[in-house]
Design a protein around this ligand. Sequence first.
Ligand SMILES: Nc1ncnc2c1ncn2[C@@H]1O[C@H](COP(=O)(O)OP(=O)(O)OP(=O)(O)O)[C@@H](O)[C@H]1O
Length: 248
Amino acid sequence: MIGLSGIEKAFGPKKVLRGVDLSVARGESLVIIGGSGTGKSVLLKCILGLVRPDAGRITFDGADVTGRRSDAFLAQFGMLFQGAALFDSMPVWQNVAFRLLRGPGRRPHAEAREIAVEKLRRVGLGPEVADLFPAELSGGMQKRVGLARAIAAEPRVIFFDEPTTGLDPIMAGVINDLIRDLVTEMGATAITITHDMSSVRAIADRVAMLHDGKLRWEGSVAQMDSTDDPYVAQFIHGRAEGPIAAIR
Ligand SMILES: Nc1ncnc2c1ncn2[C@@H]1O[C@H](COP(=O)(O)OP(=O)(O)OP(=O)(O)O)[C@@H](O)[C@H]1O
């Protein structure tokens, strides 16, 4: 469904992506791991067209989309940002219904609110939360609202950027399970960036590791656990010693 071939991106002299080849099948949940600053976020931004690659090709449903993104293209994506990134000045339901209230797929106000309340229910939040403001919610609740927003327009592809950062392990587990269930239920394709190995295990059909601007390794969670690739092993066991330099 999504294909990347030979993606390169440099910022000034710094070569961040050095030829990334990666494909994601429809309905698959891919998790991208890798050390800080290896270009995971830059890679997602390339797919969304927020960053233009210096070289390489991006395809979506077989069509070449490198360098051009229409509103209709972007409407197929949902995104859960790091830190939920809610608009503080809007009540929760308007945050969830953000895309339903504007743009090409605009819905009437009452209908958008109804959809927002339904999506909030889906992530375990009651209708009483709809009229609260983000500042009145805990971090875990804010993540759920971000998740409800990501699925509100029923996207075909959802990106999760470090979905459990800042949450306690129990809430992280709840969010991981919700992501897994939502993706399965919607039949959506998911790409997740995370440092959290519990997320990898809960969410991934397939794991890809970025290192030094390239796709270093890919495989299933079971293959990840038994691989003798020293980079993957260092990462999953969180060792300071190993081929990945700990000073960044
Ligand atoms: N717009 C930009 N201009 C200049 N440099 C950038 C820009 N965007 C990203 N970079 C650089 O590209 C590198 C990769 O950044 P990126 O955010 O993709 O890393 P990451 O793998 O997502 O890291 P983390 O896990 O810490 O979030 C970093 O060194 C960053 O400073």
